[in-house]
Design a protein around this ligand. Structure first.
Ligand code: NAD
Length: 278
């Protein structure tokens, strides 16, 4: 079947807002989307990580791919603040005359044994990781519906959507919540051509993991738990987002795709310890 679809530029002409895109996986997503022909808005927090380097990288990627007229944006907003999110989404829509793709990527975590967990800290993390995703999703959905056109909403979840993470209860709760945000919105809007999916990364080399990425001993310890034996690169996660954002995933909605080097495979079962007689 001849469709005229060019796989190198699957996102040609699409307008995508990526939250928390100044660093890490969000930045890699913005750059990958730009390479594939999209215009991207790099969301960042005022006074947080600077979007300058990500913006320059996205511009370079577009130019290299021949999209010299791509209009990338840097948009400040705290995703936990509904008013700021609505203003940010309105700004993207006004700048581009529309929006096609939202990526909920912004996320934070902190360690606390659950018996010591402060309620304010629990709420802070849920407000960014889960309520923040809903804030952005609602603004995008309202636009898609008003414009009567298809839309894509993707969220950066985690293996901790399904794998418990002791000492990180708010993070685990937020990612588990993203599963049902994804599935519920997918079902609610499937008949209005809005696809909603998530990606569940394993251990990826980004600033959120600076506690072990720079320390060879700690890195070995982390990687010893990963069936594929290594941490992932942000670009390996961005590739999954690009696929899900594109028309190649046109029949996929409500799913979380795990890109985790096998972390969700219960690695302890590599040997038959559970069946050996004593
Ligand atoms: P990161 O710290 O580089 O990225 C998080 C980004 O979110 C930062 O740019 C930060 O400034 C931004 N951010 C934080 N709070 C914000 C707010 N209130 N409003 C707007 N932006 C805000 O780390 P990362 O690893 O790239 O994390 C990106 C996402 O990937 C997170 O949702 C994280 O939970 C998820 N994830 C990461 C890993 C990993 O191993 N790195 C694994 C699974 C899931």
């Amino acid at each position: 079947m001849e469709t005229g679809f060019d796989r190198r530029y699957r996102l040609r002409g699409r307008r995508a807002l990526v939250t928390g895109a100044a660093t890490g996986i969000g930045r890699a997503i913005a750059v990958r989307f730009a390479e594939e022909g999209a215009e991207v808005a790099i969301n960042h927090r005022d006074g947080g990580d600077s979007p300058a380097a990500a913006l320059t990288e996205a511009e370079t990627a577009s130019r290299k791919a021949g999209f010299t007229a791509a209009r990338h944006l840097a948009l400040a907003a705290d995703v936990a603040d509904k008013e700021q999110v609505d203003a940010m989404v309105a700004k993207a829509i006004a700048s581009w005359s529309g929006l096609d793709i939202l990526v909920n990527n912004a996320g934070i975590q902190s360690f606390s044994p659950s018996e010591d967990l402060d309620e304010a800290e629990l709420r802070r993390i849920l407000d960014v990781n889960l309520i923040g995703a809903w804030n952005c999703a609602q603004a995008a959905i309202r636009h898609f519906l008003a414009a009567q056109k298809p839309g894509v909403i993707l969220s950066n979840s985690s293996v901790h959507q399904i794998v418990p993470k002791p000492g990180y209860l708010p993070y685990s709760l937020s990612k588990a919540g993203l599963a049902n945000l994804t599935r519920t919105l997918a079902l609610e809007y499937a008949d209005r051509r809005i696809r909603v999916n998530a990606v569940g990364p394993g251990a990826i080399e980004t600033p959120i993991n600076k506690g072990w990425t720079g320390d060879p001993g700690k890195r070995r310890a982390v990687e010893s738990h990963i069936p594929m034996g290594r941490a992932g690169a942000p670009e390996e996660i961005a590739a999954v987002f690009a696929f899900l954002a594109s028309d190649e995933a046109s029949y996929i909605t409500g799913q979380t795709i795990y890109a985790c080097g096998g972390l969700t495979l219960f690695g302890e079962f590599r040997s038959d310890w559970s069946s050996q007689s004593g």
